[in-house]
Design a protein. Structure first.
Length: 71
């Protein structure tokens, strides 16, 4: 399973996705859309890179935020 940023609405994931859930909430700097990274154990060494990439992609997609962003 790859890492994926999943949008959260009212503190609930927009789609069900297995794996680990990152404790860090990422938000769009323009509208505060919230995302968390869902990832497999094999992605643990890359979690900081995933957070950075997700942050860039979340802000770049404003205002058309998707329910998930494949990292």
């Amino acid at each position: 399973m790859p890492a994926e940023a999943i949008r959260y609405i009212n503190n609930e994931p927009a789609i069900l996705y297995g794996g680990n859930v990152d404790s860090v909430m990422l938000t769009c700097s323009d509208c505060a859309a919230e995302y968390r990274i869902h990832y497999s154990n094999s992605e643990i060494p890359r979690i900081n890179d995933c957070r950075y990439l997700a942050g860039v992609r979340i802000n770049a997609e404003h205002p058309q935020h998707e329910r998930s962003i494949l990292l």
